[in-house]
Design a protein around this ligand. Structure first.
Ligand code: COA
Length: 347
């Protein structure tokens, strides 16, 4: 396997050629949450813009959603083999091994390289860069890359601050080797991190640090914890900075961006970032209202949603930007290719 681009000495670019998303069938509305938590629909909508989220049933796991999204993305790209399967997730099926090899095997892709990327809610942008790197380095000609998360498995259902925000889902893309100037080529990445702020978003127990302490971890330490106010502030600043850095690298102005497709953290964050960038809010793709924050799945789900409703037209210029635990952040640019209309992500 040695990808080459005819007539070019430049390394091959990763070109988007398949896209799909999937959320679980079970819907949890704000009203349903308000029956078991001290909260209400108006509070949730005002603070986050979220109306409902989808969650997996007991017995389901992240790989179940990843396999479904991956199967649809392969069909959308009309391919039945890839050289690598990459899964971005914070909620792997197991601490060990990675989830990607199991996903690959269930998709009939056993034998392909398979590994996970952990960058929390920035996972899709980091994973896209990793997949593009495999293609540029000549390691792979085609990559199936899936962002999949089931935060319902790590958020305390009684924690009203976090239970309202997150939902489960998976989104997948197929990337092939091609030219950097063809529609669908992903490029001009900006990636960053600040591990000094790791405690702002954390599951304290379950890794090697917590296990080094004597005794069983307490209930709170096994669950997802987030310092929401501080995260909000960092998210707006870092996303805007990262978006600007990427645009400047590519020589694009903000007016060149037809669609801003940010990680769907919450509506207030997305609008604040758009305002900061001087980008009209109507150019900001949002679907957080109906699925919540789906972690590494949120950007591909937003892309699939916008493609399904034919908001994205071939040739449109997209800016993707994410922020998440770590802290991590990242952005990249993409010119929309001609793709088959994705199946609905909602069951
Ligand atoms: N329903 C009702 N009240 C709630 C509540 C809920 N679901 N969750 C928290 N509250 C209460 C708090 O206990 C607090 O009460 P107090 O003043 O008596 O102490 C009050 O509402 C205000 O809480 P605060 O945390 O200051 O609210 P906020 O305006 O900052 O909104 C978030 C909370 C989580 C919505 C907001 O901080 C946020 O959006 N943060 C970013 C989270 C995010 O998107 N993370 C993903 C990044 S990838």
């Amino acid at each position: 396997m040695s990808p080459t681009v005819a007539g070019s000495c430049a390394p091959p670019a990763a070109v988007l050629c398949g896209l799909a998303g999937r959320v679980p069938s079970r819907v949890v509305t704000n009203e349903q949450l308000a029956r078991r938590l001290d909260t209400d629909d108006a509070w949730i909508r005002t603070r986050t813009g979220i109306r409902q989220r989808h969650v997996i049933d007991p017995g389901q796991a992240t790989s179940d959603l990843a396999v479904e999204a991956g199967r649809r993305a392969l069909a959308s790209a009309a391919v039945d083999s890839v050289d690598a399967v990459v899964v971005a997730t914070t909620t792997p099926d197991h601490t060990c091994p990675a989830t990607a090899p199991a996903v690959a095997a269930r998709l009939g892709l056993a034998g392909a390289a398979a590994f996970d990327v952990g960058a929390v809610c920035t996972g899709f942008v980091y994973g896209l860069a990793s997949a593009a790197g495999l293609i540029a380095a000549g390691v792979a000609e085609r990559v199936l890359f899936i962002g999949a998360d089931t935060y319902s498995t790590i958020v305390d259902p009684l924690d009203r601050a976090n239970a309202i925000i997150f939902g489960d889902g998976a989104g997948a893309v197929v990337l092939r080797a091609g030219h950097s100037d063809e529609p669908g080529a992903v490029g001009y990445f900006d990636l960053g991190s600040d591990g000094g702020q790791e405690d702002l978003i954390m599951v304290a127990a379950g890794g090697s640090r917590q296990r080094s302490r004597p005794g069983e971890p307490g209930r709170a330490e096994r669950h997802f914890a987030m310092r929401g106010k501080e995260v909000y502030r960092h998210a707006v600043t870092r996303m805007a900075e990262s978006a600007r850095a990427t645009l400047s690298r590519a020589g694009w102005k903000i007016d060149d961006v037809d669609h801003f497709v940010p990680h769907q953290a919450n509506l207030r964050i997305l609008h604040s970032v758009a305002d900061d960038l001087g980008l009209p809010r109507e150019r900001c793709a949002t679907h957080v209202e109906s699925v919540g924050n789906t972690g590494a799945a949120s950007i591909p789900l937003a892309l699939a949603d916008a493609a399904e409703s034919q908001v994205l037209k071939p040739g449109d210029r997209l800016l993707l930007t994410a922020f998440g635990g770590g802290l991590t952040w990242g952005s990249c640019l993409l010119t929309w290719p001609t793709l088959p209309r994705p199946e609905r992500t909602m069951p």
